[in-house]
Design a protein around this ligand. Structure first.
Ligand code: NAD
Length: 283
């Protein structure tokens, strides 16, 4: 048998098509959804991510506003850009590509974003709302994971979901979203002593550790839904996830590939958030 492969790239294309319809409806009301993308410095991986997001915007009928700052830009200069974008009515979403250069405090920059335009869902206000069960704009990677489960018909309510990783952008919000959908949730991290004993109990396993192929086949329950968030670059330049995909695929019930899984869904959810934000502005 083997797992159903959840094709994140195909699902993301479908979502972008749906979002395009919503964007056209807003444009007809004179409110073309707009995303400002802020990139500081010349990190090549960041440039690739930004291009992917801009391409998706183009596909979905979202206007983009490009802000490229040199790596020497100061925190004050970046905060000034954020203030300008917060006040610009054509901009419905603001995305600051991470990582920022070391001399800039990412927290002070991200927290400066108006929560109504926080399409990454990283502000404390957005995360607090998620904790309270009514997301403003939800963090994109975990909401992409949830949509993959939902559209693939994976039962969540009453199931045991295990999330590996406790970052504020992936692990913790993923756990909250699963809890909101009535899963029983366990969060594991680098100090969890017997990880395999926990993962073997998981009906849904969300892996967001950033450790190449750390999830071996004997760590997975037969029939589990395995969502691989990890993106790891191997020495040969290829990408791989946190899951030993070929082996686990034979045992799991559902699995997401890397690349072509959670990554494109994250991008699609950014676009969905921009359109949600623009829709709220339109009233
Ligand atoms: P992070 O480094 O902030 O957090 C990693 C988490 O994994 C930590 O909480 C840590 O405790 C845990 N961890 C590390 N080693 C572990 C181990 N051996 N056992 C158990 N837990 C362990 O990373 P992040 O920002 O949450 O990202 C996680 C991974 O997901 C990375 O590979 C990142 O590139 C990827 N990512 C992918 C997308 C996407 O769109 N697909 C988006 C964001 C992050």
């Amino acid at each position: 048998m083997g797992a159903i492969v959840i094709d994140g790239a195909a699902m993301a294309r479908q979502i972008l098509g749906e979002q395009r319809d919503a964007a056209l409806r807003l444009a007809a009301l004179g409110r073309v959804p707009g995303l400002a993308v802020v990139l500081v410095g010349d990190d090549p991986a960041s440039a690739v991510y930004v291009r992917a997001k801009e391409r998706a915007c183009h596909e979905a009928g979202v206007r983009t506003f490009d802000y490229r700052l040199p790596s020497t830009a100061t925190e004050a200069e970046l905060l000034q850009v954020i203030d300008t974008l917060n006040g610009d009515p054509q901009v419905h979403g603001i995305l600051v590509q991470l990582p920022l250069p070391a001399h800039i405090g990412a927290d002070s920059v991200l927290q400066r974003i108006d929560p109504a335009k926080d399409v990454d869902g990283f502000t404390w206000r957005s995360l607090g709302a998620l904790l309270d069960g009514h997301a403003l704009l939800a963090p994109c990677t975990p909401s992409g994971c949830m949509l993959m489960l939902e559209r693939s018909g994976v039962p969540v309510a009453g199931r045991h979901a295990v999330v590996i990783g406790r970052s504020s952008i992936v692990g913790k919000p993923a756990a909250l979203m699963l809890l909101e959908r009535d899963a029983t949730v366990t969060i594991c991290h680098s100090r969890t002593p017997d990880l395999a004993a926990v993962t073997r109990e998981a009906d849904i396993l969300v892996c967001a550790a950033g450790r190449p192929r750390m999830i071996a086949v004997d760590m997975v329950k037969p029939g589990a839904a395995v969502i691989d968030v990890g993106i790891n670059r191997m020495q040969n330049g290829k990408l791989c996830g946190d899951v030993d995909y070929d082996a686990v695929r034979a045992k799991a019930g559902w699995i997401t590939p890397v690349p072509g899984g959670v990554g494109p869904m994250t991008v699609a959810m950014v676009i969905a958030n921009v359109i949600t934000a623009a829709g709220r502005r339109a009233g």
